[in-house]
Design a protein around this ligand. Structure first.
Ligand code: AGP
Length: 607
C-alpha cells in the first residue's frame, strides 16, 4: 500500500527520497512522487507508474534542506500524475504526503471549494494541504495539530512548509509512521525498510501523536501540544535481509530461507526437559492457560490459512475447540466474547486494517487478543495483550511464503504448550518436539526438488484454471497453494477439500483443468486416493504431492512431487513448499512481476 519517506539532513535530498521509495516498492503502488523544500520553492515531481519513471523525471540533483516522498496505491481517483502525492496547497507553500483514507474529505472539499480553493487532484488527501495552508500562522506543527482534528478517518502524514526551512512535521492516526534518528539527520517513514540503509534507531508514533523533526532534533507531542517522551528502539533487521542477495526475486529468496526462518521461530521455545513449549510473550499465567476453554483465530489471506491449519492441530492434540474467522467479517458481526477464551490475531505485517480493527472491536468487548506477527513494533503487536513474534526477518515479496511456515511454527509451539497441560503425555510431547525440530532439515530436502518442480510448472503453465485439493490438516494448505498461484501467476485457482470435489467442482474437470492433490501418508490417504481416481476417471490431469516411495500414488498421477515422510502433523510444512515453488516457477514461465504482482499490496492498511 502507500509508503511515506521524509528526510531532514545533509545527504543529497533526491537520492535519499528515491532510495527510500525504492525500498518500499514491495508494498505495492501505482504512482510515486517527491517534494523538496529549498529557499526558493517547494519542487514537486510525481509520476504515475514505477519509481524508474519518477527517477527519469528527476533531472540532476535536487538541492534542498528537507523533503518528502510517497508511493501511492490508488483509492480515491485514478492512477494519474495529478493524483500522485505529494500534494500542494494552491499557493505552493505546503506539501503533504498521506497514507490512509480521509472519510469526511468530500465535506471538507466542498467547504474549501466554496471559499474559492481550486483542487488539482481527485484525491481525498489534497484537502489536508489546503487546510494546513489556511490555518498556518507561523507554526507548522500547530497548524497540523489543528487540521488533524478536523479529519475523520485514518492518516499517516508528512508535511513541509516553504516558511520553515529544514522542518518536517508528521502525524498519525491508524496508519503507521516511524521516526528514524540518525547522526545529524532525521527521517520519517511509514515502514522501517525505507530508512534501514541509514539508521537502525526508530521511534514508533502512536495514534494522536505529532512529531516535528529537523536534522538534529525531534519533538513529539499529543494533540494538546503536551510533550510525549518516546523511547528509541533498535531495528533488529540487517540491510542484507532487505536485499535480494543473488536471488532473482525476493520471493525466491524467501522460499529458500525457510529452513532458517522456521528454526528461528522455534529457537528457545522448545523445552526438552518437560517436552513442552515456552512462549514468554503470551502474558498468561499457568492458571489462565489451564482455564482456557476456547481458542479463536482472526486473520486475513495467508495468515488466515495458517490459522486454519492450527485449528486442526489445536483441536486434535490439545482438545480445545478452536474456530478461525476472516478478520474482516468479525468486526461487523458484533462478535460474542466468551469467558476463558483467547483470540490470536495473526498478521505478518502487523498492520492489516481488517485484522487490526477486528482486534480492537474484540478488545472493546473484553477479549484477550494475542498477536502472532513478524514486524516488530507494528500496530497489532503493540496494541495486543501479548503474543509471539515469528522472527522470519523482513518479508519483501507481496506473496507471503516464509511468514506462513513461521506462523505455523509459533502456533505449533503454542499448541504443544497447552496440549501438555492437558491430555498429552510426556512421550507424545517428546515425539512432537523431535518432529518439529526435524522440520527445517526436511524443508531443506524439499527445496532440493526445485528443478523438478520448475519442469512441472513448465508443463502446466498454460492452464487457465487449477484445483488444489487436500484433506484434514492439509486442507488449508490447498487453499494456500491456490492463493499463491492466483496472486503471482494470475491463473484462476481454487482450493477445496478433496472430498468436496464430487459435490460440484468436479464439473470443472477436463484435460484443461489440472488438479494438484496433497496426499500425505496419514489417516486420510486412502480417501484422497479415491478422490484422485474420480478426477482421473474424468480425464483430469493430476499432479500429486505425496511421500517418497508412494508408488501407488505415483502410478495414478500424471506428475508427482515426492516429499520426505514426516510425523503426520508436520505435513503442512513439507506440503506447502512445493506449492510455493510451483507458483513461483509458473509465474516465471508467464513472465509475471513476481515480487509485485498487479493490483496487490504487501500490507493492506485499508478496510
Ligand atoms: C499473501 O500472499 C497475501 N499477499 C495476503 O493474503 C496476506 O497474507 C494478507 O493480506 C494478510 O497480511 P498480514 O499477514 O500482513 O496481515
Amino acid at each position: 500500500m502507500c509508503g511515506i519517506i521524509g528526510y531532514c539532513g545533509p545527504k543529497p535530498m533526491g537520492e535519499v527520497l528515491l532510495e527510500g521509495l525504492k525500498r518500499m516498492e514491495y508494498r505495492g503502488y501505482d504512482s510515486a512522487g517527491i517534494a523538496v523544500r529549498s529557499n526558493a520553492e517547494i519542487t514537486v515531481i510525481k509520476r504515475a507508474g514505477k519509481i524508474a519513471t519518477l527517477r527519469e523525471a528527476v533531472q540532476g540533483e535536487l538541492e534542498g534542506d528537507c523533503g518528502i516522498g510517497h508511493t501511492r496505491w490508488a483509492t480515491h481517483g485514478g492512477v494519474t500524475d495529478e493524483n500522485a502525492h505529494p500534494h500542494l496547497d494552491a499557493a505552493g507553500k505546503v506539501a503533504i504526503v498521506h497514507n490512509g483514507i480521509i472519510e469526511n474529505y468530500s465535506v471538507l472539499r466542498e467547504k474549501l471549494a466554496a471559499e474559492g480553493v481550486e483542487f488539482a487532484s481527485e484525491t481525498d488527501s489534497e484537502v489536508i494541504a489546503h487546510l494546513i495552508a489556511k490555518l498556518y500562522d507561523g507554526n507548522l506543527a500547530a497548524a497540523v495539530q489543528q487540521v488533524v482534528q478536523l479529519l475523520k478517518g485514518t492518516y499517516g502524514i508528512a508535511v513541509t512548509h516553504i516558511d520553515e526551512p529544514g522542518v518536517l512535521v508528521g502525524a498519525r492516526n491508524g496508519s503507521p509512521l516511524v521516526l528514524g534518528v540518525g547522526e545529524q539527520e532525521m527521517f520519517l517513514a511509514s515502514d522501517v525498510t525505507a530508512i534501514l540503509g541509514h539508521t537502525k534507531q526508530a521511534i514508533y508514533l502512536e495514534d494522536g501523536e505529532i512529531v516535528t523533526i529537523t536534522a538534529d532534533d525531534y519533538r513529539t507531542t499529543d494533540l494538546q501540544s503536551r510533550k510525549v517522551d518516546k523511547h528509541i528502539q533498535i531495528i533488529n533487521w540487517e540491510l542484507e535481509e532487505i536485499e535480494k542477495g543473488g536471488y532473482r526475486h525476493f520471493m525466491e529468496k524467501e522460499i529458500f530461507e525457510q529452513p532458517e526462518s522456521i528454526l528461528r521461530a522455534m529457537q528457545g521455545r522448545l523445552d526438552h526437559e518437560y517436552a513442552t513449549g515456552h512462549l514468554g510473550g503470551l502474558n498468561m499465567s499457568k492458571k489462565e492457560l489451564l482455564d482456557l476453554e476456547r481458542v479463536k483465530i482472526i486473520a486475513a489471506g495467508t495468515s488466515f490459512y495458517a490459522g486454519l491449519v492450527a485449528s486442526y492441530l489445536i483441536e486434535s492434540i490439545a482438545r480445545i475447540p478452536c474456530t478461525v474467522e476472516l478478520a474482516a467479517e468479525v468486526r461487523y458481526r458484533n462478535p460474542i466474547v466468551e469467558r476463558n477464551s483467547i483470540y490470536f490475531a495473526i498478521s505478518q505485517s502487523g498492520e492489516t486494517a481488517d485484522t487490526l480493527y477486528a482486534m480492537r472491536e474484540l478488545q472493546r468487548k473484553g477479549a484477550r487478543v494475542l498477536g502472532i506477527c513478524n514486524v516488530v513494533g507494528a500496530t497489532i503487536p503493540r496494541e495486543s495483550d501479548g503474543g509471539v513474534y515469528i522472527h522470519s526477518g523482513p518479508e519483501i515479496a507481496v506473496a507471503s511464503t516464509k511468514a506462513f511456515t513461521s506462523q505455523l511454527t509459533a502456533l505449533y509451539v503454542f499448541t504443544l504448550l497447552i496440549a501438555r497441560m492437558r491430555h498429552m503425555s510426556y512421550e507424545a510431547g517428546m515425539m512432537f518436539v523431535q518432529a518439529l525440530e526435524e522440520v527445517p532439515d526436511q524443508v531443506a530436502k524439499v527445496l532440493n526438488l526445485a528443478p523438478a518442480i520448475a519442469e512441472i510448472a513448465h508443463k502446466y503453465h498454460e492452464a487457465r484454471n487449477f484445483l488444489f485439493l487436500g484433506r484434514g490438516i492439509n486442507y488449508p494448505v490447498a487453499f494456500e497453494g491456490a492463493l499463491k498461484l492466483k496472486e503471482i501467476s494470475y491463473i484462476h485457482a481454487e482450493g477445496y477439500s478433496a472430498a468436496e470435489v464430487k459435490h460440484g467442482p468436479i464439473a470443472l474437470i477436463s484435460p484443461d483443468t489440472p488438479s494438484l492433490f496433497l496426499v500425505p501418508d496419514d489417516a486420510l490417504r486412502e480417501k484422497v486416493i479415491s478422490n484422485m481416481k474420480e478426477v482421473k476417471a474424468r480425464n483430469g490431469q493430476v499432479i500429486a504431492v505425496c511421500v517418497e516411495d508412494d508408488h501407488e500414488v505415483a502410478a495414478l498421477a500424471d506428475d508427482v512431487i515426492m516429499v520426505p515422510r514426516v510425523h503426520e502433523l508436520m505435513y503442512p510444512f513439507v506440503m506447502t513448499i512445493p506449492l510455493q515453488l510451483f507458483a513461483y516457477y509458473t509465474a516465471l514461465e508467464l513472465g509475471r512481476d513476481v515480487d509485485q504482482p498487479r493490483n496487490l499490496a504487501k500490507s493492506v492498511t485499508v478496510e
